[in-house]
Design a protein around this ligand. Structure first.
Ligand code: SF4
Ligand code: SF4
Length: 387
């Protein structure tokens, strides 16, 4: 297994599962299950026992391995050289070994099979992939300055579609030159890679790189931080070098000059998506956008930026549901945290975070006092007040 030689350096101090105040839990899977094997360090020790042959790759072992949300919160806390740099890489490398045995938990096998067969995990035909744009006058890519990449969740999930339409509407309004691929768009491969299906993720990446190159695409704006991560960090290793932006980076550039705003009066906090924040260091742009909106009362939760609690949907968990729901799910804990700080709106910048937190708000019975809104939807509401 890749990075196997580093495993012994973890001495199970347990810091990786705790935030700096030691009062709560950082790791979504440990938060949910409260067994040491579901913690970052515990998981590494489990891997070690598996590699030395002391433990079989049982169903429970796979449940532990695949319930990591690849959120990298543990990486922020671990101080051990080697371990810190490759903690999540080791978990993904172990998943790759399990993928190669062909014996996967059913929900993961189904997700990967759908992606392989249809190019998306929603069991929908590719011909419907561009339907999110109906009625919006969004052009198909034909040499514009930017490709706007909607991704699987932004193209097929009801809540994700609202977010994609909000972002596209703002870009149209601001006169950004962009187009979409519609039915020719395919999965970005980020979560496929996080689940350890390296061959399929590379296949998807190479296909996307070929298509982008043939169409002369040089600049890409992604809806999802997951696609942003794949295209920014994984595609260059396979020869695909594009200028890649997350939509909040583009929105931040144009908000002052091209989008006159009215007001949005609410107490708003921002939930950092792991693949935008910890994975790629984009923390300020979404905050700048929110703080540019007149009337918006911005506040931070105690755990923010590189210590923000994950929504639990990363690492393929949004699709596989290996983490499951319940009161101790990290999405529900995050929503309770927002409530503790008096937030009326939780702003998000990822379609997966959006759906995870929307469901958590319902499960917590907070629908009457808290909304989950994408950053672009907040900007649109403020624009309406201006009109
Ligand atoms: S991963 Fe790092 S912080 Fe966690 S138990 Fe191991 S050495 Fe300690
Ligand atoms: S990446 Fe996140 S979910 Fe995975 S072990 Fe680390 S803290 Fe836990």
């Amino acid at each position: 297994m890749k990075h196997e030689e580093l495993l012994h350096r973890c001495f199970r101090c347990g810091w990786c599962k705790l935030p700096v105040n030691f009062m709560d839990i950082n790791c979504p899977s440990y938060l949910k299950y409260r067994f040491e094997t579901y913690s970052p360090g515990g998981r590494l020790w489990l891997l070690r026992a598996w590699l030395t042959g002391d433990l079989d790759a049982s169903d429970r072992f796979k449940e532990v391995l695949f319930s990591c949300a690849t959120c990298k919160n543990c990486v922020e806390a671990c101080g051990i050289p080697g371990i810190k740099d490759h903690l999540v890489d080791m978990i993904i490398a172990a998943r790759e070994e399990i993928v190669n045995t062909g014996k996967l938990p059913p929900s993961i096998r189904n997700y990967l099979t759908e992606i392989y067969n249809r190019g998306n995990p929603f069991k929908k035909p590719q011909s419907e992939r561009g339907d999110w744009a109906k009625g919006l006058d969004v052009p198909v890519y034909n040499g514009q300055e930017y490709l706007f990449y909607a991704g699987d969740v932004g193209s097929f999930d009801e809540s994700g579609i609202k977010m994609t339409r909000a972002v596209a509407s703002l870009f149209l309004n601001a006169g950004i030159s962009f187009g979409i691929l519609g039915e020719n768009e395919t999965s970005d491969g980020n979560d496929v890679n996080a689940l350890g299906e390296k061959a399929l993720s590379e296949h998807l990446a190479v296909n996307n790189i070929d298509q982008f190159t043939k169409r002369g695409i040089a600049r890409i704006i992604t809806l999802s931080p997951h696609a942003f991560n794949a295209m920014k960090n994984a595609y260059p290793l396979l020869g695909g070098k594009f200028e890649v932006y997350h939509y909040t980076q583009m929105l931040n550039k144009i908000i002052k000059d091209k989008l006159p705003l009215g007001s949005f009066k609410a107490r708003v906090t921002y939930h950092d998506p792991c693949y935008l924040g910890r994975w790629n260091g984009v923390y300020l742009e979404p905050r700048n956008i929110l703080q540019s909106v007149p009337g918006l009362d911005y506040m931070e939760m105690g755990r923010n930026m590189n210590s923000a609690l994950c929504c639990g949907g990363g690492g393929g968990n949004y699709f596989s549901d290996m983490l499951g729901s319940g009161q101790d799910s990290s999405a529900r804990r995050r929503v309770r945290e927002a409530e503790e700080y008096g937030a009326e709106v939780v702003a998000v910048a990822c379609p997966i975070c959006k759906k995870m937190l929307e469901d958590a708000v319902k499960d917590e019975g907070l629908e009457n006092q808290m909304r989950v809104m994408d950053v672009a939807q907040i900007v649109i509401e403020a624009k309406r007040k201006q009109a």
